[in-house]
Design a protein around this ligand. Structure first.
Ligand SMILES: Nc1ncnc2c1ncn2[C@@H]1O[C@H](COP(=O)(O)OP(=O)(O)OP(=O)(O)O)[C@@H](O)[C@H]1O
Ligand SMILES: [Mg+2]
Length: 278
């Protein structure tokens, strides 16, 4: 030991230094975990904003068509209105309003889902919620990404699955796992499939949340380290290596769940989360 034979005061100082460094490191780690959470919230905002664009566009087109129709009707009033013109106007009016109403309803659904997801993310509150709805809300985050990617996410869900748990952390876990599959599992040029599956056992009162991909899988060496903080195979390409560390922390410490991973090279990866329904 290098320290043997050193005066006590020097040892004390070295010990204090080490403690201070450890404290600073812990703080830095907490800050990184926090900024990773903020980044994933940012992706969510981008996803929802993109989803809102489609109905907003449709409403705006339909509204300007209605406006034009109204102007034409006014003109034909001056020229002597014919019954057929009025009938055509009324029919187009009805069609336009149907489009507007349908899209406004969709926007309201999206904003509601987003508000729920955002407030869940901000808190670690426990409540009763529908896991199927949560999965669908999380998928909003990926809408834009999936439109621009060759990969497919298949949802294998029951009609509803009520859970008394923590929707915020659970949403974050799902987002991290799906995100990882889309980023890491598929080589360029590949067309991959990610499957999100929910199942439950009413006897044991437990449920299973599964995210699996048919991608390149992981070697034993990688698999052994994936939950370590800062372990990433994409350093310098946007990976912080905190995603699965946070996922594990949330799953085990907050949800009280078991998180299992099955993966081997060329065989895809399967993340399985087992947790109590209540
Ligand atoms: N579905 C998957 N297929 C193949 N490899 C994966 C998969 N999921 C995770 N990995 C591997 O596990 C590593 C750690 O994942 P983790 O989510 O912790 O970090 P990251 O995705 O690299 O970075 P971050 O999530 O912080 O942006 C990844 O770098 C990747 O090598
Ligand atoms: Mg990740």
């Amino acid at each position: 030991m290098v320290l043997i034979g050193r005066p006590i005061g020097e040892l004390r100082r070295a010990y204090d230094d080490l403690n201070r460094t450890l404290h600073e490191l812990k703080q830095a780690q907490q800050q990184l975990v926090h900024s990773e959470k903020m980044a994933s919230l940012g992706r969510l905002v981008a996803g929802v904003a993109h989803e809102l664009n489609t109905p907003i566009g449709a409403v705006s087109v339909a509204a300007s068509t209605l406006q034009k129709g109204g102007q034409e009707l006014q003109k034909s009033f001056a020229e002597g209105l014919q019954r057929s013109t009025l009938e055509r106007f009324l029919q187009r009016n009805d069609e336009g309003l149907t489009i507007i109403l349908g899209n406004v309803t969709r926007m309201a659904q999206l904003t509601r889902a987003f508000k729920q997801l955002a407030s869940d993310r901000a808190s670690t509150e426990r409540r009763t919620f529908d896991l199927v709805e949560l999965v669908r809300e999380v998928m909003l985050v990926f809408a834009l990404k999936l439109k621009q990617s060759p990969h497919l996410v298949i949802l294998d869900l029951p009609d509803s699955l009520m859970l008394d748990s923590y929707p915020g952390p659970l949403g974050q876990i799902l987002q991290n796992l799906i995100d990882n599959a889309l980023i890491h599992a598929f080589e360029p040029g590949m067309q991959g499939t990610v499957r999100v599956r929910l199942d439950h056992d009413s006897l044991t009162r437990r449920c299973l949340i599964e995210v699996l991909d048919n991608g390149c899988g992981m070697s034993g060496e990688v698999l052994a380290k994936i939950f370590d903080p800062f372990f990433t195979t994409r350093r310098g390409q946007g990976g912080t290596g905190l995603g699965l560390h946070i996922t594990h922390q949330l799953a085990v410490d907050i949800l009280g769940a078991e998180l299992q991973v099955l993966s081997s090279p060329g065989q895809g990866s399967q993340f399985r989360l087992h947790l109590d329904l209540a």
